[in-house]
Design a protein. Sequence first.
Length: 580
Amino acid sequence: MPLAAFGFGLLDAGDVGVANSIGVLALEPGATVEDLRAQLDARPGGDAFGLGAAEWVPADVRTAVRAQGQGLAVVAAIVGLAAIAVVGQLLSRQVRSSAAQRLALRAVGLTRAQLVADPVCSTALPVAAGCIGAAVVAYAASGVFPLGFARRVEPDPGARGDPFVHLVAPILLAFVLVAWVLVVVALAERVPRVASRPGPLESILRRIGVGPAPTGTRFAVIRHPRDPASVRTPIVGLVLIQVVVVAAVTFGSSVDRLIDNPARFGANFDFATGAGGDEVPEDIRKLLVEDPEVEDVTLYGTLFASVGTVSLDVTGMQPVRGSLAPDVLAGRLAARADEITLGRVAARDLDVGIDDEILIVGASGAVRFRVTGLAVIPSIEGGDGVGEGGVVTVDGLSRLDPSATLGAAAVRMRANASPDAVRRLADALGGTVGLPNPPSSIVNVSRARSTPWIVAGSLAALGVLSMSHQLIMSTRRRRRDLAMLRALGAERRWVSSVVHWQVTVLAVAVSALAVPLGIAAGNVVYQSYIDRIGARTDMSVPFVRLASLVIGLVVLGNVAAAVAASRVRREPPASSLASE
């Protein structure tokens, strides 16, 4: 009794059909795939067979699992580096002394080495405790991974301890954070504080006035004499973090549009119908062509061919109404029997470009074609599509196999078609109509679509944390200035407005620099990523999401400002002045 075994993932694939028959062969010792290819080509009908390495785990499954692993690795690397930078700045701000404090400590007998060692030692204990806790949490959470599809094929799920991740990495993290603080504190001791003349920006801000907005702006962008470091360093850090956040949001929005819009990966029609590999019947052609709500109809047929040892799906097309055709990315679409338009991935695999010639082996033997362009190939009639395979005319398909048929019809409806037009045609055709299942390359992309949003959310949280801490430390060091303003008659509301203006100006200035840079970076990364699968690479700029991101940064910053301002309002001016 014949028996067939399938993985559980096949149940999620929708309709299942047979595109071609696959046989498994073992080569004799010393034999190569090229030898077998030559033997097949010498036999009648052997030209129609394609060859590929047999794999126990299919390439699509390995690619999907690898994509998730790479995505998680990217998330861990980006968030880890950003966390080191943010936590390093937080620690150095917290323990670093101002010039006046260092001078007082030197006056009571502390050496320069002791001034450096004291903050470093005070940092080491919390850093060690945090890294140990991180290792414990990482081990406890390891059972959650892998996620989604990869979890279903994991042979041994559960918690896993990795020596590098749970032992070496925490030690390295602790060493890097302590070294960060050591370098910052040591540089502060080596670089003498030199009084400088006001810069152009400070001079301009002084001329604006003394209202809450000008004062808050000066607090945000001008270094105070009691500040242990320049304000430029944390501002640059915030800009870099937000650049990555904007790039991740731009990348994620573009990936979402690619996945949710089938036209971007080749299915630029409303539905397709087929006859199971047989020629589309004449009555169905006539019904589609004559329907008043149909805009375009194109017939497709795909056959299996090869170029040397590389397999190639060749799709023939014949428009019978309108101008429905694949999206051309470069060059032009094949228009003659000896021309072919390739997907970008196929062109790279074959190492050919526009105007090059390739020798394609089909049922009729070797046939020469000239490459006229690069296009997004529709995944119809069994072909992988997107960047794989190529498109020829119906006459070009006949050159490869005179018996080849056009077994599928792709249909695009008119813009003003009725909502039930597709269902009406499905009833008239007497079969199931719809879009083809997404190709494997798009399915793999969709499995990692959450990665950029995880990166964006994690870094956005780190950015808000860094900005809030910077604001709190700045307010603490400017207590004397704020107390003097209150002693001179400034109301509590006026002082609170200064703090809120400080964080608002900082958030807006950072966003003004980061948003255009992030969009450009997201565009570069997206185009490079999508070019590997051959889909359309024009990105989506999520203006609403980016505006929400900037507004959210301003709002959360002002929440932190409210906390800092409340402390300033509660503290009596005399107490602040006396403490200084």
